[in-house]
Design a protein around this ligand. Sequence first.
Ligand code: BEZ
Length: 242
Amino acid sequence: MRNSLLLASIFLLSITIVAQENETYRIPLIGETAPEFTSQSTQGPIHFPDDYFGHWKILFSHPADFTPVCSTEIMELAEIQDDFSKLDTKLVVMSTDGLNSHIEWVRSLQGIKLYDRESVTIKFPLVSDPDMEISKKYGMLHPAYSTTRDVRGVFIIDPEDKICATFFYPATTGRNMEEIKRVLIALQTSAKRNVLTPANWQPGDDLLIESPESIEAAEKLAAKKNPDLYSLEWYLWFKKSK
Ligand code: BEZ
């Protein structure tokens, strides 16, 4: 009896460990609340997402400080950081490097003239995650790549702390900051105007509305002759952007 109780306890314990392991590497999904964390950053302690409630947020992970692709990414992000600020969006960069490494790297990056441009001032915080707590909560460690370095992750999070978009790129491939900005503007436009954005949409282009539920509903919509709307098929309705 004692032996079987012992075996059952070991079995339950191993299930829990497996469950915890699965949980730690789980990527939070679109529509879920952004996981919380508290950590040191180049701008002091950060409580995420609480410190930024009511604002849009972008959490941006990179594999390692003092590496070439990551360096260009941080400088390019700094190049358009004021655009994100105008879009009421807070940028938070993170990696598993320690705080001293982040501080030294930011100092170094601020002295570089990338592509002969003026050097940048990095106004956003770099969060250190040496214990990999944040990386695990956000599924930024992809074990087949590395169990200690994050992949290139992007989480776009809305003012109510809901995850709206996620991207992951491998270490070899630098991200396109304009594409991140484009997706952010698309998300904000959909949230504000109850519209959808078509493939390859750029700010200022015409938008889409949800399909009428039937051909009959589409005919009713057409009969209204709304000058802002036009259709190419009963299920494909555009809304003029202006
Ligand atoms: C880079 O940013 O260049 C890099 C980082 C980690 C592994 C490989 C490249």
